[in-house]
Design a protein. Structure first.
Length: 209
């Protein structure tokens, strides 16, 4: 059976070539994120994929360390290099290469529904941030009802796809689940939204207490 890293390595080239599925929702997300970034911020992105978000937001931050545990994804991201204040690194949230208290902002988009021990991961994010630092994240909430026929069918197909190596681990969280997990990790939630609304991809900005 392939590992999680092997799954993402195997689709990295195809993933990099795909267009953004919802450009309006992506643009709205970037606008909200950039409104919180300062030119002095040391930013860490977890699960950066092929690096497009880090490179797009680079002008709003002091520096961005963009990480992903997939070697294939980092290879695709590195091929896009050309921004001086962005660095790519193969690592996950628990990597010893990431120092506690070293980051003003930690970002993670479309990641935490794929993490098995998400509570431990969120606790680690809290440790990585400076006092008063920001955690900015967005997660598909496919545990919500009324997803519509297309996404309701996909939700039922995911376990079958996982059996044949065509889908990774996925957790079926609701919006309330996501907010509760972040609060339990010691964060104060200061903004939420859903971009897009259906199926809800839940955006959260939270501050270390």
């Amino acid at each position: 059976m392939q590992t999680k890293a092997q799954f993402w390595d195997g689709i990295a080239v195809k993933y990099a070539a795909q267009p953004i599925s919802d450009p309006d929702a992506y643009a709205q997300t970037l606008e909200r994120v950039s409104s919180y970034l300062k030119p002095t911020d040391r930013v860490l992105e977890l699960g950066c994929g092929t690096g497009s978000t880090a490179l797009t937001l680079a002008e709003h931050a002091g520096s961005i360390l963009a990480t992903d545990y997939s070697e294939g994804m980092i290879a695709q991201a590195t091929a896009k290099m050309g921004v001086d204040n962005v660095r790519f690194l193969q690592a996950d949230v628990f990597s010893p290469d990431l120092q506690d208290g070293a980051y003003d902002v930690v970002m993670a988009f479309n990641l935490f529904h794929l993490v098995v021990d998400v509570d431990a991961a969120l606790a680690r994010v809290h440790d990585l941030l400076t006092p008063g630092g920001l955690f900015i994240t967005k997660s598909p909430c496919i545990g919500e009802r009324s997803l519509g026929f297309k996404f309701g069918l996909l939700k039922r197909l995911i376990p079958l796809m996982q059996l044949v190596g065509k889908a990774p681990y996925v957790r079926f969280d609701t919006i309330a689940d996501v907010d509760a997990r972040i609060a339990r990790a010691g964060f104060e939630i200061i903004e939420t939204g859903n971009y897009p609304m259906r199926p809800p991809n839940h955006f959260v900005v939270a501050r270390t207490a």
